[in-house]
Design a protein around this ligand. Sequence first.
Ligand SMILES: Nc1ncnc2c1ncn2[C@@H]1O[C@H](COP(=O)(O)OP(=O)(O)O)[C@@H](O)[C@H]1O
Ligand SMILES: [Mg+2]
Length: 335
Amino acid sequence: MTKTGIQGGAGTAGPGNTGASGDATLEELERRATARRDRPSYGHDALIACDRLVRVFTTDGVEVQALQGLDLLVKEGELMALVGASGSGKSTLMNILAGLDVPTAGAARVAGRDLLAMDGGARLRYRREVVGFVWQQTARNLLPYLTAAQNVALPMQLRGRSKARRKTERAEELLAMLGITEIRDRRPHQLSGGQQQRVAIAVALANDPAVLLADEPTGELDSATGEQVFAAFRRANEELGTTIVIVTHDQAVASEVRRTVAIRDGRTSSEVLRRTEVDEQGRESLVAREYAMLDRAGRLQLPAEYTQALGMEHRVALELEQDHIGVWPDDADRR
Ligand SMILES: Nc1ncnc2c1ncn2[C@@H]1O[C@H](COP(=O)(O)OP(=O)(O)O)[C@@H](O)[C@H]1O
Ligand SMILES: [Mg+2]
């Protein structure tokens, strides 16, 4: 372990700067201050940026902290999954991102909109134009007395910008892209659950939103149908470039996206990233790696299996090495 390693980063050794800040020239201190000030803000290049989001519900005087300082960044064009036990805060987060609910504290920005600062009108435009939403309950996504094609055209009518012919064309295009042209004139009760969800995706995409949010969209479907619905999300992501966040319990869905973020107790706790590797024989395989989340204060949650295996409690010893940080059980009493 080297002591200078800890100071790292900020100071490049040069004349008048031997590493210790006491020796730095005024010029060097100014340069450092400027560098700190010009540093881009958290999540500046992300399409979705949640920064220490808190949502507290109070019912009958009892407080529930559904989100407890949740950080999440999603890049433009990503297709990612959110997983987590029931009650971990997934729907609370989705409702906030959908503009249906307002966080108690923290910051949330989607496609340049500050979700805590929107007034009623801005919120309505946000829901109509910036985000699309697919719910788990298939019946909640569609109006029962309209055909599939009419359901898809409706958000465009509510927005009221394009010509009637253009709306019909766009509805047809979306239905074709999702492989459901043949059911265009049927009403929801004449459709299977999987077909309804695919129509719901088309409805959510009608106004070409920057973000498509889906809360357990395959939750009421069998696995084969769920796979078809997931394929429709993938299609939308690939063909239209729409950024998509899917909450799911479905392991098959979670393992088909490049990035899965796990939520625990109202915070993001870990992330699995998958990438395709090609070996020397040209064989492709999917490699998954799990990462722990480091929050902005530098806090890290160690997996319970790891800490229990080594009997770690309360206090651990840390050591900075060249390319990693070692975590050791507390040995203070033994020294
Ligand atoms: N409107 C509400 N009023 C009171 N408590 C709520 C409300 N919505 C969610 N909660 C509580 O917040 C926590 C997180 O819920 P939720 O976001 O629905 O979790 P998930 O979708 O991960 O199952 C739960 O304890 C839930 O009971
Ligand atoms: Mg939920």
